[in-house]
Design a protein. Structure first.
Length: 223
């Protein structure tokens, strides 16, 4: 999704959805065209849903689990993808598995490198993006600001704050115990998932994150 020429995003999403259906995907989500700039509006969400409905009900593509089965190009791309995934698994294994790789920042570093590479290709024009860096309109490619931007009302904000306050009051003693166990687990470097699931029953996200900040500090990205 791109903030420039947002109406083109529906075209991208339609083609992405077709590619997913062609490749026998298990589930499919189509993004709303304005997600690059705001919380999707009701109108844009309806259009996103319509993409799947038209593919399914008008074209019937989803009635065949794998419409391009046996296609050379699809089989070749699938093999190349599987090979690349297995090579990445090997790299992670060499670093001590998922947790070992996380300790050295391997996964996050890969994401940053891919993002930087993508931006380089986009800015240089090597990766053509219609309406963003090539085939611009006569007025250029301005970022479109939607007239309708979804924001919570004051009443909704107050209701959420009241709900949060009631949660803190109702589970005060239980929250203290749960947060203590969570901080101990984080400090000892043990698996926090099970404790985190129990803590979430009596604590807010803010309480949980603040407790973890006290143990591990705030993350700072390495470049």
């Amino acid at each position: 999704m791109h903030a420039q020429e947002v109406d083109f995003n529906d075209i991208r999403t339609t083609l992405q959805a077709l590619n997913a259906v062609y490749d026998n995907c298990n589930s499919l989500h189509t993004n709303a065209y304005d997600e690059a700039i705001t919380t999707p509006t009701e109108e844009s969400v309806r259009r996103a849903i319509a993409i799947q409905m038209i593919i399914n009900h008008e074209f019937g593509m989803a009635k065949n689990q794998n419409p391009l089965q046996g296609s050379f190009i699809i089989d070749e791309l699938t093999d190349l993808t599987e090979e690349a995934v297995l090579m990445e698994f090997d790299r992670i294994t060499e670093r001590g598995g998922v947790l070992g790789a996380m300790e050295t920042g391997y996964q996050r570093g890969k994401i940053q490198e891919e993002s930087l590479w993508y931006e380089k290709l986009k800015n240089s024009g090597e990766l053509p993006i219609i309406g963003v860096n090539t085939f611009l309109s006569s007025t250029g490619s301005p970022t479109v600001v939607r007239p309708e931007v979804i924001r919570a009302t004051e009443g909704e904000k107050k209701n959420q704050l009241n709900t949060l306050e009631n949660l803190h009051t109702a589970w005060k003693s239980e929250a203290e115990l749960a947060l203590g166990e969570l901080k101990n687990a984080a400090a000892e470097g043990t698996n926090t998932f099970e404790i985190l699931m129990e803590t979430a029953k009596v604590c807010s996200i803010g309480q949980i994150t603040n407790s973890l900040y006290r143990i591990g500090g705030r993350y700072r990205r390495n470049m």
